[in-house]
Design a binder for this molecule. Structure first.
Ligand code: PXP
Length: 274
């Protein structure tokens, strides 16, 4: 069964917009995490960024204490955060690249360039009983390097797929719209999601063959998931923004339940191989 890890960073982003630096405030990401678990989520993901722009140290400690499912700590490969992870002992860490000017995690890790240091971090985490995942683009060299670090998981970056899917939907909408159409939308057929989807499929197959477990995340939502389901071997999806957005209208509980119900139609192996 495909698992859902709920990324609760966006709940903390709303809190920090009003209560930055106060040590308290609403909405509480830990209370949100407990609600997600009660709705059936299989794990909670939180990114303790070096700049602490959303999730704070107190949040990760409270999550560690209170949640009953798996805690996935997203983190940069940086000494301060590695140190915290060793003490916190999340079930798994997902190493992500961090650039201070980005709105959210934008690109995948360059594992080829940082193979030695990521291997050291992987060892430190595994020695502390923590599994390791590397957040990477579906690139052959990055996947091969990820396997060489000895990591247990990769998380395939689905951001480009999500963007291409969006361009595709907007083009289709524009073509059937009776309103004025932006010419750039009509000529953007090259942004169709199929090439990136093929890269994700090939990447997942390669990783699976190398013994890596495969997660995916970034930009996934209720519309693009059924298409993403063509990617085989997925173990867990990490989803945040679309769940929190849906929660504004439907409540977090319903948002999580709807996503889980959608995820039931996923098959990790293609129909022909079943
Ligand atoms: N996975 C990783 C590694 C991420 O950095 C993020 C974004 O914080 C997500 C998943 C979730 O992305 P989204 O909020 O777009 O669902």
């Amino acid at each position: 069964m495909l698992k859902l890890g709920v990324n609760i960073d966006h709940v903390a982003t709303i809190r920090e917009a009003r209560y930055r630096g106060r040590g308290f405030g609403e909405p509480d990401p830990v209370a949100a995490a407990l609600l997600c678990e009660a709705a059936g989520a299989h794990g909670i993901t939180a990114h303790l960024r070096e700049d602490r722009r959303h999730i704070q140290d107190r949040d990760v400690w409270a999550l560690r204490e209170k949640i009953k499912t798996r805690l996935n700590l997203e983190m940069a490969n940086a000494p301060e955060i590695i140190d915290i992870a060793q003490k916190l002992k999340p079930d798994i860490v997902c190493v992500v690249p961090e650039r201070r000017l980005e709105v959210t995690t934008e690109g995948g890790l360059d594992v080829v360039a940082a193979e030695k240091s990521l291997t050291e971090t992987r060892k430190k985490m595994n020695d502390a009983g923590i599994e390791v995942s590397l957040f990477i683009a579906p690139d052959e060299k990055q996947i091969a390097a990820s396997a060489r670090t000895g990591s247990q998981f990769i998380e395939l970056h689905t951001g480009k797929f999500a963007e291409d899917f969006l361009s595709n939907s907007r083009r289709e909408e524009a073509q059937t719209s009776k309103y004025e159409i932006s010419p750039s939308l009509l000529t953007s057929a090259a942004t169709d999601y199929e090439p990136e989807l093929q890269r994700l499929i090939a990447g997942s197959q390669q990783a699976h063959a190398l013994g890596l477990k495969v997660n995916a995340g970034h930009g996934l939502n209720y519309e693009n998931l059924p298409v993403l389901f063509r990617v085989p071997h997925l173990v867990e999806l990490n989803i945040g923004h679309s769940l929190v957005s849906r929660a504004v209208f439907a409540g977090l509980d319903n948002a999580v339940r709807e996503m889980l119900s959608l995820m039931q139609s996923y098959h990790a192996t293609p129909a022909a191989a079943r």
